[in-house]
Design a protein around this ligand. Structure first.
Ligand SMILES: [Zn+2]
Length: 466
């Protein structure tokens, strides 16, 4: 471990924190595409600020038409290691208590704000690791490039664009996960469940239900609208109290004919950490004095396929687990219903053993038997990099050298950036066992973690590129 480099990092920690604050203050949530801004204005500004920061520290940069940016340690070296991070974020959501999502604050040894730990903070840790090596005069023999994407959270079309132009490096790591290292990413299974219904105008009735912002997050908020229902009645009050108790969510009257249910969001790879507001809203609708209707009965069927609090896929017949990659997870994340139609989207993360037969076909059978249509069902295979490769061994050794902790390979349900990159793994930037509320309210990044991650990256780059 290089003392000089670590001293440099310690001496530049506040500067690093200030850069993270600056980058995270841009709400880089995907927006409408505009001329020259493929993901809208926020991601455009965020990417360009990251490039500006890299340039300011003497790295040569390239902007790939605002899809992706890149910063090279030394463009004259043969490119050998890519570090893949992203400058976009998921929507702010609600329920922030420590600060506003894009007003980044430093408090109790942490930075709080959207993007601090996913993934702008880790991106800047990697950049500062490169900067530390550069400014302490380390002569690498092989090149390292920081690739900065602008669309990781909405399907990673950014890096598909990038790899349409550039080849994959021999080795790629992405600081968009946990330490020590993730070499297995579960597969993904997504689908849309829809139903056309005959409008029933008998009052009181439910007019609409909407919940969820993105497919890869448990919905935090659901909005129910009614017609002809007296929301001030004791029956409604009792039903709301019951659901609050049962589901540990809050139910509030938010308009003349409107009830809002607020639960807890969580990433779709760890749905057990969330409280699904959409499902809780359906359970609430079941308890309200509404006239029976086809719409209502199909809503009920949804809570049989996706029971509240059950996230193992058992409701749609796909519960499974294997030794290497563990349990399948499944969560219903997007909800829309109106008087004539309903549509729901689920996100399942599948172990290595999952295949079309035991997963996709099995689910379709159960869902169709319940009377729904299955649209756009698709599976993405898992990603596995062998744990005994020299690349992985070097990364783990670098982690052990800096932290003194044991390095070992992990499995995740989160599809990280390297899902389609042959020799790509997720490496940091979060220390094990810490939930930083990424994708939820009060996202944070511990300053100790920021410093450690930067040192680990510097060590790893040196070990891999000398
Ligand atoms: Zn991320």
């Amino acid at each position: 471990m290089n003392q000089l480099i670590n001293e440099w990092i310690d001496a530049h920690t506040q500067e690093l924190l200030d850069d993270i604050k600056r980058l995270c203050s841009i709400p880089s949530v995907k927006g409408e595409a505009e001329e020259g801004k493929p993901y809208g204005d926020g991601p455009y500004r965020s990417l360009n600020l990251a490039l500006k920061i890299a340039e300011q520290y003497g790295f040569s940069t390239r902007n790939y038409e605002n899809y992706v940016g890149a910063a090279d340690y030394d463009p004259s070296l043969p490119r050998c290691l890519d570090i893949l991070a992203h400058t976009d974020v998921v929507p702010a959501g609600e329920g922030w208590t420590v600060t506003e999502p894009f007003e980044i604050i430093q408090k109790d040894g942490r930075l709080y704000g959207r993007g601090t730990s996913d993934d702008k903070g880790p991106l800047l840790c990697a950049l500062y690791a490169m900067r530390a090596l550069k400014e302490t005069g380390v002569q690498l023999k092989k090149g390292v490039r920081l690739i900065m994407g602008a669309d990781e959270e909405c399907g990673s079309s950014d890096i598909r664009y990038y790899y349409g132009i550039e080849p994959e490096a021999e080795m790629t790591f992405s600081p968009d996960g946990d330490f020590p290292l993730i070499n297995i990413e579960k597969g993904m299974f997504h689908g849309t469940i829809s139903k056309t219904i005959k409008e029933d105008t008998t009052l009181p009735r439910i007019l609409s239900l909407d919940a969820g912002l993105v497919i890869n997050a448990v919905p935090q908020k659901a909005i129910l609208r009614f017609e002809g229902l007296d929301l001030t009645s004791t029956e409604v009050e009792n039903a709301m109290n019951e659901i609050q108790e049962l589901c540990q969510v809050t139910c509030q009257i938010t308009g003349k004919d409107e009830i809002t249910v607020v639960g807890v969001s969580a990433h779709a790879s760890t749905p057990e950490m969330g409280r699904n507001a959409g499902l809780a809203a359906i359970l609430l609708a079941a308890k309200l004095p509404l006239s029976p209707s086809e719409a209502l009965s199909y809503l009920m069927k949804i809570t049989e396929l996706f029971p509240y609090g059950v996230t193992d896929g058992s409701g749609i017949g796909i519960k499974m687990s294997d030794a290497e990659s563990h349990d399948l997870t499944c969560t219903l994340d997007l909800f829309h219903m109106d008087p004539i139609s309903m549509e729901f989207k689920f996100d399942s993360r599948t172990p290595i053993m999952a295949n079309e037969e035991n997963c996709q076909n099995a689910a379709i059978q159960v869902i169709e038997a319940a009377g729904f249509d299955c649209v756009d069902f698709s599976m993405i295979p898992p990603h596995v990099v062998p744990a005994d490769s020299p690349f992985i061994k070097t990364l783990l050794k670098s982690y052990e050298t800096v932290t003194g902790l044991k390095g070992e390979c992990l499995t995740t349900g989160g599809g990280t950036y390297v899902h389609n990159i042959k020799n790509g793994v997720a490496f940091g930037a979060l220390m094990p066992g810490i939930d930083t509320n990424m994708h939820g309210a009060d996202e944070f990044f511990d300053i100790d973690n920021i410093v450690l991650a930067t040192k680990i990256f510097a060590e790893a780059i040196q070990n891999l590129c000398m």
